[in-house]
Ligand binder design. Structure first.
Ligand code: 3HC
Length: 301
């Protein structure tokens, strides 16, 4: 059955080469997924060679782990490694039919990288953004061909989380949307089409949860109480574990974006920005026990 709002799958474009802009945590994870599931060449780029090399090293080590666990044969291991490459030259994206970015969550940066890449790629190539809370339409506002841009929002850890939010802007054409839906399917994921609203669907709900956890912490409820109060619900992670998985800087940014869009409904936490500078929210001892850094009052407000 075709997901709600999904256009005819027969108009999806074939993808023979993938370009990934950004070689950080999310980009490296989905570059690996593209190479593994689509079995086409995947090229990654970032600001400098050191960042590209770090991304490539992560991908190679994850391929080795799959091999060690017997998930892929040694032939497959070599094939996947041969399909992945890194570059600092955007001209190496010229023959990509699908280019996806996961660079820093700032509108002008995302607009600039797409403007640069658009100089090299074919007008037929599709552009996708992994933005978690910016407006996809605004990201595409400076493109020559904004109709080719879709949101394609992965969740962390990419290998495990089954969902992709596919974001259609008022300008996205059916070919791009159909290609996004068929690509998500080939990646083994479930895709939902969402409107281009801040946080789409999942982060809108998650920002509420994480924002309220930070609000309780900032207002004196103890770290342990906030972190573990929801344990009986059986969620896979506590709120602060989830914030750390997402990354404190990203998490703080997501809360800020929601607060800016809906100031009366979403909380922004200065404390989370400070914690992001500190680097960690949770300290773990050898046994993996969580040691909160803020041990305030022991009551739920
Ligand atoms: N990379 C690859 N695989 C991973 C992984 C990672 N980082 N972390 C876990 N896995 C795999 C394991 O290898 C294992 O696979 P297997 O069953 O095939 O061997 C499987 O996931 C389960 O792992 P574990 O048994 O070690 O651990 P758990 O059962 O505790 O599950 C979890 C780990 C899947 C991360 C689980 O805790 C979970 O679902 N947490 C919630 C994550 C979540 O909500 N993510 C969304 C964040 S929001 C976001 O990303 C949006 C952004 O825009 C902010």
């Amino acid at each position: 059955k075709r997901p709600a709002g999904s256009p005819d799958p027969r108009i999806a474009r074939p993808i023979m080469k993938v370009g990934v802009i950004g070689a950080g945590l999310m980009a490296s994870q989905f570059a690996l997924l593209f190479v593994r599931r689509l079995r086409v060449p995947v090229v990654i780029t970032d600001l400098d060679q050191a960042r590209v090399d770090k991304g490539l090293a992560y991908i190679t080590s994850e391929i080795d782990k799959l091999s060690e666990r017997g998930r892929i044969s040694s032939d497959e291991t070599n094939r996947l490694k041969a399909l992945i490459s890194g570059t600092t030259e955007k001209s190496d994206f010229a023959d990509c039919d699908w280019v996806i970015e996961a660079v820093f969550e700032e509108l002008s940066i995302k607009q600039d990288v797409f403007a640069e890449i658009e100089q090299y790629i074919s007008p037929e190539a599709i552009l996708a953004t992994n933005t978690s809370s910016l407006s996809v339409e605004q990201i595409g506002a400076t493109l020559k061909h904004p109709e080719r841009l879709v949101g394609f929002h992965f969740f962390n850890p990419v290998a495990v989380m089954p969902l992709i939010e596919v974001v259609r802007t008022p300008r996205t054409n059916d070919e791009s949307l159909s290609t996004a839906m068929s690509t998500a399917k080939k990646l083994g994921k479930t895709a939902v089409i969402t409107r281009d609203t801040p946080g789409f669907v999942v982060n809108r709900i998650l920002a509420k949860l994480l924002g309220e956890a930070m609000h309780a912490l900032d207002n004196g409820t103890s770290f342990e109480v906030v972190n573990h109060a929801l344990d009986p619900l059986g969620l896979p992670m506590t709120p602060f574990e989830l914030l750390e998985l997402v990354g404190l800087t990203v998490g703080a940014h997501v809360l800020d974006t929601h607060h800016a869009a809906f100031p009366d409904r979403f909380y922004r936490s200065d404390n989370l920005h400070k914690l992001a500078e500190h680097g960690r929210l949770l300290d773990r001892d050898g046994a993996g026990k969580v040691k909160g850094i803020d041990r305030g009052a022991q009551k739920i407000i």
